[in-house]
Design a protein. Structure first.
Length: 306
């Protein structure tokens, strides 16, 4: 199989999953009895305003690789994207990164107001856990109660002090500080990598792999590809254009934030992204042909331009 065929096949899979998650998110964000229309509008604005949908794509690709029905993957795929959207709303607030632009549009607190943005983020986090916990009667079979509990615990761990929130705390404390290699890796593994790793894990859990030999390999793959993704994000903050990446170019540097390019230099950062991609690929060695799409995605994560 040529690289061109692999790329087109992966692109087709990604596009199909992106379209599927858009429909699922639109459905989950329809409130029958909203307290105020403004809150619901802010939630929909933040979630349905575009994006790569990498995290739900990872859920779908992993679950499909191990024969999980698509209907069973919709809930964890939606949950990780709702969490991601909530994190972006809060990250953009003046008390955090103070970003006015997100995905090429005004960030939530600019389009609405700070109070509404905080509440929208809170509500999206709650909705993510509701969606994931909800029993589903489906012809293909929803996740079992045990699977749902394991997925809930996995997602909670990924966004708490050991994950996203802890990474953001390190990020805030590090502004204007010089971090060594170990510290910046610890920050990025939590702030960004943990939710990407959780996306891989949720796909595996939905496929019934909690006690399978493949599960530790998927966890290792997720950990490495999550870090590779963030390194590439840091690189794009330096090399990308605002019109392409959808946020202000150089925003991290303007805030004095330590990034891989600022700590290691641009070329060394590129080399580190490839190194962690290769570690991710090595973790999949024992999984055979079933992990083909995940291998292809590892290259996409490091080669992407947005």
């Amino acid at each position: 199989m040529t690289s061109a065929v692999r790329d087109s096949a992966l692109a087709a899979s990604i596009e199909a999953f992106q379209q599927r998650i858009e429909r699922t998110l639109d459905h989950e964000l329809r409130a029958d009895n909203p307290p105020t229309s403004r809150l619901c509008e802010a939630m929909r604005y933040s979630v349905l305003g575009g994006g790569k949908r990498l995290r739900p794509v990872l859920v779908y690709l992993t679950g499909q690789a191990f024969q999980a029905p698509l209907l069973r993957l919709d809930a964890p795929a939606a949950a990780v994207e709702l969490i991601h959207a909530y994190s972006l709303i809060h990250d953009d607030l003046p008390a955090m990164d103070d970003d006015d632009l997100r995905r090429g549009r005004p960030s939530c607190h600019r389009a609405f107001d700070q109070g509404t943005a905080i509440l929208a983020g809170d509500a999206l986090q709650a909705l993510a856990f509701e969606v994931l916990a909800r029993p589903r009667d489906q012809p293909a079979g929803g996740s079992s109660a045990e699977q749902r509990v394991l997925m809930l615990a996995t997602l909670a761990r990924a966004i708490g002090t050991e994950g996203m929130a802890g990474g953001q705390a390190i990020d805030l404390e590090a502004i204007g500080q010089a971090l060594n290699a170990e510290a910046i890796e610890r920050m990025h593994r939590r702030k960004t990598g943990a939710l990407i790793q959780a996306s891989i894990e949720l796909g595996g859990l939905a496929a019934g792999l909690a006690h399978a030999a493949a599960y530790p390999a998927l966890r290792a793959f997720g950990a490495e590809i999550g870090l590779a993704f963030q390194i590439q994000d840091d690189i794009l903050d330096v090399t990308g254009e605002t019109s392409v990446i959808g946020k202000k170019k150089g925003a991290d540097a303007a805030l004095g934030k330590p990034t891989y390019p600022s700590v290691f230099g641009l070329e060394a950062a590129r080399a580190l992204a490839v190194q962690h991609r290769d570690r991710a690929l090595a973790a999949l060695q024992g999984l055979g042909a079933s992990a083909l799409r995940l291998r292809q995605l590892a290259y996409y994560v490091v080669d992407r331009a947005l």
